[in-house]
Design a protein around this ligand. Structure first.
Ligand SMILES: [Mn+2]
Length: 397
């Protein structure tokens, strides 16, 4: 009995001691729980990293599509759509899976050692806007919903330097948007939205597949709607003039083809190809150089990442896995090599958590990859300042 009392006293003393160092929680449903007065577990004051509702990296949630009152510099938004998939469905659960996989990102504060910056503690206001409501019964309507939802978030005044000129078509500074897919079809409505803001845009595309297939080749196009899917969306984007001519590049490609004409068609769509196996000869540095040489640092760039860029050993939970891919370490290194490129928006797609390991390999890889992307965006400063920064970065190479 004495030992029990002594233990309780010790706990009470420890809680009291911690309480001396910690601001009391002022609001929230858990504010009366003594253990939430304990300091420093990396989460919000009301929750630890392993409790509470998931947002990307445990950043603040705001239902941006329901209100225009909230301001941000970088917004995460989910597009839970997977009815354009040719093989394994399930990417509609990608946004919630990636958020779950991202919980521990800022447990120790979130400082990115190789890039020397902290995307969770910077000039930028970063929030999670939740998901765009997407119907699973009508692809045409879903694609329309994704374009309009994305555009609503993209076209607002950012928190920082809202009145300064920026790189949009109208010369404005806009916030950046990172979209959590969703199968890769979503990139078509996202590029339509980007086109309304920036005009034709340069794309860096990480994938094991080309995704420029002509609809007759991929899926057979029995109807117009069937012609728009996760293997053809870049063909449509090219036809619609959404891609800036001959400045786009794929990296990580290793798919089988209907024939070499697929590569010719890819060139017509405005892409250069970096094969996954090139890493064996030119390494990550060689791949980074090819991408940088292709897109430069002067123009706005859209970044689209299919998680199947990674080998299925590292990311098994995806729609169309291809062996022979890069490791998570290699992809993260290559993405960090894009420092100084004007990333104005990004997506990560084809994360289908139902096929993941119990250890959350794929959702964790997606979250960590986006951590590199958001760090690059923060390092570039507000879009109003990107021109100067971009030139500086180019000179350093
Ligand atoms: Mn793919």
């Amino acid at each position: 009995m004495f030992r029990l009392v002594a233990t309780i006293s010790a706990i009470a003393a420890a809680v009291s001691a911690h309480g001396d160092h910690q601001e009391p929680i002022k609001a929230g449903p858990h504010n009366n729980l003594w253990y939430n007065t304990l300091p420093g577990d990396g989460g919000t004051q009301a929750d630890s990293v392993f409790s509470g509702i998931s947002t990307f990296g445990r950043i603040a949630y705001s239902p941006c599509l329901a209100t225009e009152d909230v301001k941000y510099d970088i917004a995460f938004i989910g597009a839970p759509f997977d009815t354009g998939t040719s093989y394994r469905p399930g990417a509609r659960f990608g946004p919630s899976g990636i958020r779950q996989g991202s919980r521990r990102l800022n447990l120790y504060g979130g400082y990115n050692v190789p890039l020397g910056a902290n995307p969770f503690n910077s000039w930028a206001t970063v929030i999670d806007c939740g998901d765009i409501p997407v119907t699973s019964y009508d692809n045409a309507w879903a694609i329309h919903q994704i374009e309009e939802g994305h555009n609503s978030i993209l076209m607002r005044e950012p928190m920082t330097n809202a009145s300064a000129p920026g790189p949009s078509k109208k010369g404005k500074t806009l916030p950046r948007v990172i979209t959590l897919g969703g199968d890769h079809t979503i990139t078509l409505p996202l590029l339509r939205s980007m086109n309304r803001a920036y005009g034709p845009i340069t794309v860096i595309h990480f994938d094991s597949h080309l995704d420029t297939w002509r609809p007759k080749v991929f899926g057979g196009a029995p109807t117009h709607q069937a012609s728009i899917n996760h293997g053809t969306y870049f063909w449509h984007a090219s036809q619609e003039g959404l891609l800036k001519n001959d400045t786009n590049i794929h990296a990580g490609i290793r798919t089988t083809l209907s024939g070499l004409s697929d590569y010719e068609n890819d060139g017509y769509c405005g892409f250069q190809i970096v094969e996954a196996r090139e890493i064996d000869t030119i390494g990550t540095e060689g791949i980074i150089k090819k991408i940088r040489d292709r897109v430069g640092t002067e123009q706005p760039v859209y970044l689209s990442i299919d998680i199947d860029t990674l080998d299925p050993a590292f990311a098994p939970a995806t729609g169309t896995p291809e062996t022979g891919g890069w490791s998570t370490r290699e992809l993260r290194t290559i993405i960090r090599g894009l420092e100084g490129i004007k990333l104005v928006a990004a997506d990560i797609v084809e994360v289908a958590p139902a096929y993941d390991t119990n250890a959350e390999l794929t959702t964790m890889a997606a979250a960590d990859t986006l951590y590199e992307v958001m760090t690059l965006m923060v390092m570039n400063g507000p879009l109003s300042e990107m021109s100067k920064k971009g030139v500086d970065a180019k000179e350093e190479i």
